[in-house]
Design a protein around this ligand. Structure first.
Ligand SMILES: O=C[C@H](O)COP(=O)(O)O
Length: 248
């Protein structure tokens, strides 16, 4: 039985002062079978640890550099995140792939580094509006997944989370339909099965991300292959995130 994961990606939002205010206001009743995660900016991770340490809520990072240590100015390594108590790391978010030109190969190195440091990678995949119109969605996502899984064992693959985030749905207020998201989630599971076998495909968790809110979360979670959500804008307000968690 796969555990539902509700993950908030704050992106480049909330200062330390604002994060403190957020966590002071964030109160939930723990639910069995649903995991809650926040991925704040690096600067807020110690604040997340301070407030969430004795709770069931996990914290993670939005990015990582694939090398362990060394002369990589401005970068943060997986051992550094592990030492801060991070459980998850988002790898290959489309905002990084598009703005910073991160390649599938570079993202694959991050995924490996996260697993080697006993954390769980959330691999983001998804198509642009143009690719969708051209019927290239599966080709794009298939290639992103195969490259990320290439150097992983079946056991490592089974631990992963893959987030399907159609780029056109991110921050647009126009989410994919639950039916379309399920179709791609099913394709993702099939791709994992071909690359790493049935056991890994049965265990890997697949999230949907892109304009998720309190009104549509339940529709996504009813889908057979969708195990949770990666939430951007709606994760920035305590009340909205509490509402989403309660509906999950
Ligand atoms: O990582 C989160 C996604 O990019 C979704 O962002 P959004 O919920 O603001 O559309």
């Amino acid at each position: 039985m796969r555990k539902t994961l509700i993950a908030g990606n704050w992106k480049m939002n909330l200062t330390v002062t604002e994060a403190e205010k957020f966590f002071k206001a964030f109160k939930i009743q723990k639910k069995e079978g649903t995991e809650l995660l926040f991925c704040p900016p690096f600067t807020d991770i110690p604040i997340a640890r301070f407030f969430l340490d004795r709770s069931s809520i996990r914290w993670g990072a939005q990015n990582v550099y694939p090398e362990e240590k060394g002369a990589f100015t401005g970068e943060i390594s997986a051992p550094m995140l592990k030492d801060l108590g991070c459980s998850y790391v988002i790898c290959g978010h489309s905002e990084r792939r598009q703005i910073l030109g991160e390649s599938d190969e570079f993202v694959a190195r991050k995924v490996k580094a996260v697993l080697e440091n006993d954390m769980i990678p959330i691999l983001c995949v998804g198509e642009t509006e143009e690719e969708r119109k051209e019927g290239q969605t599966e080709e794009r996502i298939g290639s992103e997944i195969r490259t990320a899984l290439f150097a992983l064992s079946k056991e490592e693959t089974a631990k992963m989370v893959i987030a399907y985030e159609p780029i056109w749905a991110i921050g647009s207020g126009q989410a994919a339909t639950p039916k379309d998201a399920e179709e791609i989630a099913s394709f993702i599971r099939k791709t994992v099965k071909e690359a790493a076998g049935k056991k890994a495909a049965d265990e890997v968790r697949i999230l949907y991300g892109g304009s998720v809110n309190g009104d549509n979360i339940s529709h996504f979670l009813k889908q057979k292959n969708i195990d949770g959500a990666l939430i951007g804008g709606a994760s920035l307000k305590p009340d909205t995130m509490i509402d989403i968690y309660n509906k999950a």
